[in-house]
Design a protein around this ligand. Structure first.
Ligand SMILES: *[C@@H]1O[C@H](CO)[C@@H](O)[C@H](O)[C@H]1NC(C)=O
Ligand SMILES: *[C@@H]1O[C@H](CO)[C@@H](O)[C@H](O)[C@H]1NC(C)=O
Ligand SMILES: *[C@@H]1O[C@H](CO)[C@@H](O)[C@H](O)[C@H]1NC(C)=O
Ligand SMILES: *[C@@H]1O[C@H](CO)[C@@H](O)[C@H](O)[C@H]1NC(C)=O
Ligand SMILES: *[C@@H]1O[C@H](CO)[C@@H](O)[C@H](O)[C@H]1NC(C)=O
Ligand SMILES: *[C@@H]1O[C@H](CO)[C@@H](O)[C@H](O)[C@H]1NC(C)=O
Ligand SMILES: *[C@@H]1O[C@H](CO)[C@@H](O)[C@H](O)[C@H]1NC(C)=O
Ligand SMILES: *[C@@H]1O[C@H](CO)[C@@H](O)[C@H](O)[C@H]1NC(C)=O
Ligand SMILES: *[C@@H]1O[C@H](CO)[C@@H](O)[C@H](O)[C@H]1NC(C)=O
Length: 589
């Protein structure tokens, strides 16, 4: 169905974290420094991106790949002109320019089943693109093969729209990796439009291509564990079955809230737990403003929505509909992503206004949004309705991150926050200026002693038992079963780990308030008697975890979290790949 909303895609999340008890840790007085007694979240500014980081994806243990619009004119140079792609070195906090041929403005992307990153769609704005020698990127498919040099040297982007391209132009597409390891690319605009999507591309396609090109149905997607895709456009939601080519309409988001561009809220899938992997989706922020009102009649001071709506994607869950609760604040342009502990971080955005720039009658500087959300909110999906969200203990920034801001979990376990530019080009003098500074948000576990993972296999098949080694921190509570049983009774067995402690994660692709392809699947795990060998079982099949790169993080006793270790899930073949593992049946929706 045609929609003036630019499509949005739904990523996924999950988690839990209980503040553990001081007494437990304090049993070893010599080890108990004040940091280990009462670890805090921290926020540090360090490094600059050199380009506007309006898209961000982790592509290796040490590198984040960033894309900008061709035409911002940022300080990072390549071939004697401003770059619009960069590899950000997470170890040195420095960017390295990469050569991009086409305009990546508002593109989307993911990593495929063979570990290769693809970026799809983009734009062509004549004055800017020509000035920067950028090619028309509206139907571009850019390919970044796995990069093995820690600093990114020698790694290049393949970008030649004349040779490899989508079937139709898509500016602002949504995309997500599906069960066969390829990307579904949904919607977008076929031509530049100013605020609403005037040139709606009501189709989707796959990359690599299948079924000879574009097909109808638009909106945003997140693959469910049965291989179907959940999509939201405005306040409408559907489940699309790729194989059966059927669309099931689900209840609208409640209370007139819309979350698709230019009314950007966000959404994620909660962590998936064995043995049933029941999918739940939560959608937050956005606005109740009526679509279609001319932007010149809208205000940067219009309040955003604080609503979070959650639904379980089973027949009973859908019958029950959306459960509503509220964030501690309103948010336009937020982003939502998983912590390895299973909680979700809700971050960035503004309390009023809309996405974009110079559209409303009273922009602040050029920004359509105002009153930045400087403090993130933590969402605990296992807490009761109404008690899931808190800002307590989360640090407050002084850097606005509204339109064109990004965030990602990094392999170390901290979050990298970048971007924001509610201006068409670099503008350093206006309120809400082009932002190049990077911030690093560290959950409390970053300042504790950390479990160390080793001997993680490079690749594992679906539904397969495998072992890794773990070095558990020297905290008596963790090695004395009696103390452990008392203090952590809900999360630890005496001689093992529950499935809430080993997170298998896709770190997602951050673009325009959505964190596409992000996913957290809890693995069944047992700690062997030697306290050093962790026996894990990979996800049952390629629908529970679309085949491709994942990161394993282990949480001990709700608070000691390892760094992430990279692992290929599935056979690592190029898409499309066959069904793999143990197939499961799903209730018909
Ligand atoms: C801390 O310990 C007290 C006393 O044993 C217990 O009542 C409380 O629930 C514990 N709190 C946490 C967060 O574990
Ligand atoms: C933990 O200890 C710190 C520092 O002594 C104290 O401020 C805090 O209230 C304690 N928290 C709990 C849950 O007991
Ligand atoms: C206390 O912790 C330190 C440092 O981790 C460790 O070396 C020591 O053996 C521990 N003491 C006890 C009694 O567990
Ligand atoms: C910033 O990052 C660099 C590279 O990792 C590091 O050497 C430096 O100590 C950091 N500075 C601050 C203030 O954290
Ligand atoms: C950009 O490329 C698309 C796809 O080929 C084409 O439809 C569109 O007309 C081009 N736009 C411009 C401004 O050339
Ligand atoms: C694309 O947009 C431009 C500017 O609004 C307009 O002149 C042109 O006709 C549009 N092209 C199509 C195919 O609608
Ligand atoms: C969804 O949006 C439409 C159009 O604005 C509105 O008529 C409808 O009432 C909304 N649905 C809900 C459940 O709020
Ligand atoms: C920055 O934005 C302001 C407000 O629109 C504008 O007056 C100024 O010319 C812009 N500066 C640049 C360098 O574009
Ligand atoms: C992964 O598959 C894509 C699509 O076929 C292909 O372009 C790319 O080169 C492949 N990468 C590797 C490492 O095989």
């Amino acid at each position: 169905m045609p929609s003036i909303f630019r499509s949005l895609f739904l990523p996924l999340l999950a988690g839990v974290a209980a503040a553990t008890n001081n007494t437990t840790i304090a049993t070893n007085a010599t080890a108990a420094t004040s940091a280990t007694i009462n670890p805090q979240w921290t926020l540090v500014q360090n490094g600059t991106t050199g380009i506007l980081a309006n898209q961000m994806i982790i592509v290796s243990p040490t590198l984040a790949l960033l894309f900008d619009l061709a035409g911002t004119g940022g300080p990072l140079q390549i071939n004697g002109k401003s770059a619009w792609g960069a590899l950000y070195d997470l170890e040195t906090n420095t960017p390295r320019a990469i050569d991009v041929v086409s305009d990546t403005f508002c593109a989307s992307g993911s990593i495929l089943s063979n570990g290769t990153m693809v970026s799809v769609g983009g734009d062509y704005i004549e004055e800017l693109s020509e000035a920067f020698n950028a090619e028309n990127g509206t139907n571009a498919v850019r390919i970044f093969e796995p990069c093995d040099t820690p600093d990114g040297s020698g790694c290049e982007l393949y970008d030649d729209p004349a040779v490899i391209h989508l079937t139709v132009p898509r500016w602002y597409p949504s995309s997500v990796r599906i069960y066969d390891g390829s990307l579904i690319v949904v919607g977008g605009s076929f031509n530049f439009s100013f605020f609403y999507n005037t040139f709606t591309e009501n189709s989707f396609e796959f990359w690599p291509p299948k079924d000879n090109g574009a097909q109808t149905c638009s909106r945003a997607c997140s693959p469910s564990p049965d291989g179907t895709i959940f999509m939201i456009s405005g306040n409408q939601t559907i489940i699309y079955d790729i194989e059966k080519k059927t669309e099931t309409r689900l209840p609208d988001l409640p209370n007139n809230v819309k979350i698709a561009n230019p009314f950007d809220g966000t959404a994620q899938m909660l962590p998936l737990s064995p043995p049933d992997y029941i999918p739940e989706v939560v959608a937050c922020g956005g606005t109740t403003t009526t679509e279609g009102i001319l932007p010149i009649q809208l205000s940067s001071q219009d309040p955003a929505s604080s609503q979070c709506s959650r639904i379980t994607l089973t027949p009973e869950g859908i019958k029950q509909g959306w459960a509503v609760e509220h964030m501690p604040e309103q948010r336009m342009l937020p982003e939502m992503l998983h912590l390895p502990t299973g909680e979700l971080l809700i971050i960035n955005g503004g309390q009023t206004g809309y996405s974009g720039f110079d559209g409303v009658y009273d922009p602040v500087g050029n920004s359509n949004a105002d009153h930045p959300n400087y403090t993130p909110t933590l969402y605990n999906p296992t807490a009761p309705l109404g008690q899931r969200m808190s800002k307590e203990g989360l640090p407050t920034s002084n850097i606005a991150r509204m339109y064109h801001s990004t965030v990602t979990l990094t392999p170390s376990g901290s979050f990298m926050i970048a971007g924001s530019n509610p201006n068409i080009r670099q503008n350093l003098t206006v309120p809400y200026a082009t932002e190049y500074r990077v911030e690093h948000l560290s959950p409390p576990y970053m300042s504790l002693e950390r479990p160390i993972l080793s001997n993680v296999p490079a690749k594992v098949a679906f539904n397969t038992e495998f072992t890794i080694n773990i070095q558990i921190p020297h905290v008596p509570a963790l090695v004395n079963p009696e103390i452990k049983g008392k203090s952590f009774s809900n999360s630890c067995h005496n001689n093992g780990l529950t499935h809430r402690e080993v997170a298998l994660m896709d770190l997602g692709y951050s673009s325009h308030s959505f964190h596409s392809s992000a996913r957290l699947v809890w693995l069944d795990a047992t700690l062997e008697a030697d306290q050093k060998t962790l026996r894990l079982t990979s996800p049952p099949n390629n629908r529970i975890y679309p085949p491709g790169i994942a990161w394993i993080y282990v949480t001990i006793a709700d608070r000691y979290v390892s760094a992430g270790s990279r692992i290929m899930i599935g056979n690592g073949a190029s898409p499309p790949v066959q069904d793999q593992g143990k197939q499961m049946s799903w209730p018909k929706l």
